[in-house]
Design a protein around this ligand. Structure first.
Ligand code: HAS
Length: 555
């Protein structure tokens, strides 16, 4: 029997595990608060609505915004969320060793974040969140980023330790679905971050310290994208955990199939790593054959998302029908639209339909030639991570924080949080819509405001760019509202018991195939695919490397 379907009595996360989880969530939201201010400024500047004072640089706030949201908010939130769910599905507490590892990870991640943030504030590291060489940041920035990654490894070790402990204590049983998914995500993360660790430790740190004169730019980008694509699945998989495991409980339903959910996570581990060249389709120096292989695998990684969509529709429809829904779409009305824990993540799911379609466009070689390096791509990731994932993380916060702090989400708070989700979606729709449109006109990404010496074409971009800035302003107010709700939930919400929603599966007799938990098999297949997709191209990049580049500081 699948353990995620056991009708457990209400289990509360104990104080020690809750504290560990909460400190992660707090840093995540501190990073979020600083990042949305940077987002407002850069939106208004890029929209031609304001100019920055001379002591502040556009690329500085752009770097802070990207690093704090893309790397800090997400990583801290994900580790905190997973630790709490692992505790909740292990009878309420993490194993003592898992707690120790979790704290080591948190300290390393926090020190790394502070170092990287100081380097950005000091105007020494305006290299954006992809820190592409040959733009050179201060060694502090790279060392800070490395500590953030190494710290997150410890977060992963904590989750692995707790899972191994659970399995030892429950011999022969299938693990809880939440833990299984957290382990799968952290396995993906450990494999993916090897690429960026190699780039930062072997190439960028020695180069930025002046120990080596130049850097192999194409190799560094390839190592970055080996990491960069699974990074987006590292953001996505926790949202899928919420959609698969938490949302069915919130809407009064059950998980459609735990085996399908597990299989989709295995497929994500297998196919989300050997695809990095789809970010480099327009780059010279990598042969078309390898790019084609990565594109084929990219289209394969769409499958688990389609499985997820199918499974979610099934949950919504069966739950609605059980509540008496009639007709083809009657179930839609039976969903709990007045519950903020559902409302935001649901808007996120809906946004993921066009967002995913945009991803498939990006992955098609010819269409990538139209959109690559344009602001379309920025629109794509604001719709995926900025809307689908962010709204899901906000929805998670509405039960996670109160259930860990011993407070409750009141009805009034639900209403405010629903307003927040509507504002966020509205702002994102305007901003991301304008970005997609402008991208198709050829507007480049990663640039400060300019009219290109009043070129007529660039002048025609001004209005939609202003719209983009206005969308950014709406987002800022929605972000401030969110921070207000989080502060209220932490310090002022009424005391009480908020449920930590973990769902059961629809079919109580469903048996999970044991093979899904045979990690050595999946790791072996993942390693095989990675070697096939990357070993030879990387060998070639090293063997035929052109003269390396000296560092550039462009700000
Ligand atoms: Fe992407 C660039 C391709 C998904 C994030 N992507 C980026 C960048 C980021 C990013 C950050 O092939 C920019 C990196 C940079 O700075 O340069 N992306 C894809 C593909 C997918 C995809 C094929 N991306 C994501 C996700 C992200 C993300 C997810 C963040 C979390 N992306 C690309 C490519 C590029 C790229 C190229 C490079 C572009 C370039 O040239 O630079 C797919 O995984 C998408 C599959 C998703 C679906 C949707 C399934 C729908 C679901 C929801 C169902 C809804 C329900 C609700 C059930 C097929 C699961 C319905 C309810 C009712 C009531 C109706």
């Amino acid at each position: 029997m699948d353990n995620s379907q056991k009708n457990e009595p209400k289990v509360k996360v104990d104080r020690a595990s809750a504290k560990l989880s909460l400190v992660h969530i707090y840093v995540a939201y501190i990073g979020f608060a600083i990042a949305i201010l940077c987002g407002l400024l850069q939106g208004l500047v890029r929209g031609g609505i304001m100019t920055l004072p001379s002591w502040l640089n556009y690329y500085q706030i752009l770097t802070a915004h990207g690093v704090l949201l893309g790397l800090v908010f997400t990583t801290f939130f994900i580790v905190g969320f997973f630790l709490s769910g692992c505790a909740r599905t292990s009878g309420g507490s993490l194993s003592p060793m898992a707690r120790k590892l979790g704290w080591i990870g948190w300290y390393l991640m926090t020190i790394g974040t502070v170092m990287a943030t100081i380097a950005i504030l000091a105007n020494t590291s305006n290299v954006l969140y992809t820190f592409y060489a040959p733009m050179k940041a201060s060694p502090f920035f790279y060392i800070g980023a490395a500590l953030l990654v190494v710290g997150s490894w410890f977060g992963g070790y904590a989750i692995f330790n707790n899972y191994i402990n659970w399995r030892k204590q429950n011999l022969g049983k299938t693990s809880p679905l939440f833990q299984y998914m957290a382990v799968a995500t952290m396995i993906l993360w450990q494999i993916a971050t090897l690429g960026v660790a190699a780039e930062v430790l072997l190439q960028l740190i020695p180069w930025s310290l002046g120990l080596v004169p130049d850097v192999n730019v194409l190799l560094s980008r390839t190592l970055f994208w080996y990491f960069g694509h699974p990074l987006v699945y590292f953001w996505l998989m926790p949202a899928y955990v919420c959609w698969y495991v938490n949302i069915p409980k919130i809407i009064g339903g059950k998980i459609f199939s735990a085996s399908l959910a597990r299989l989709s996570f295995i497929l994500l581990i297998l196919f989300s790593i050997p695809v990095g060249f789809h970010h480099q389709l327009m780059e010279p120096g990598i042969s078309d054959k390898w790019k084609l292989l990565h594109v084929i695998l990219t289209l394969t990684v769409v499958l688990p998302s389609l499985m997820t969509a199918f499974s979610l529709f099934a949950v919504f429809e069966t739950t609605g029908r059980k509540k008496g829904a009639k007709g083809l779409f009657g179930w839609f009305k039976k969903l709990p639209w007045n519950d903020a824990r559902f409302f935001g993540p649901m808007l996120g799911m809906l946004a993921f339909i066009p967002a995913g379609a945009g991803g498939i466009i990006n992955a098609s070689n010819q269409m990538n030639a139209v959109v690559h390096n344009t602001i379309w791509v920025t629109g794509h990731f604001h719709l995926t991570v900025g809307t689908s994932i962010a709204l899901t993380f906000f929805g998670i916060s509405y039960w996670l924080i109160p259930s860990l702090t011993g407070r409750i989400m009141t009805k009034a708070l639900h209403r405010v949080a629903i307003l927040q989700a509507v504002m966020w979606t509205f702002g994102m729709a305007i901003m991301s819509g304008a970005m997609h449109y402008l991208g198709l006109q050829g507007v480049p990404r990663r640039t400060d405001y300019t009219t290109y010496f009043d070129h007529p074409e660039a002048l025609s971009w001004i209005r939609p760019q202003a719209l983009m800035g206005m969308g950014g302003a709406v987002l800022f107010f929605a972000g401030v509202l969110l921070v207000g709700i989080i502060v209220y939930l932490v310090f002022y919400a009424p005391k009480g018991e908020e449920e930590y929603p973990i769902s059961e599966t629809q079919d109580a007799e469903e048996r999970t195939p044991k093979i899904l938990e045979r990690w050595s098999l999946w790791l072996g297949i993942a390693a095989f695919l990675i070697i096939v997709a990357y070993a030879y191209p990387i060998y070639q990049l090293i063997d035929h490397s052109p003269p390396g580049s000296q560092p550039f500081i462009t700000w």
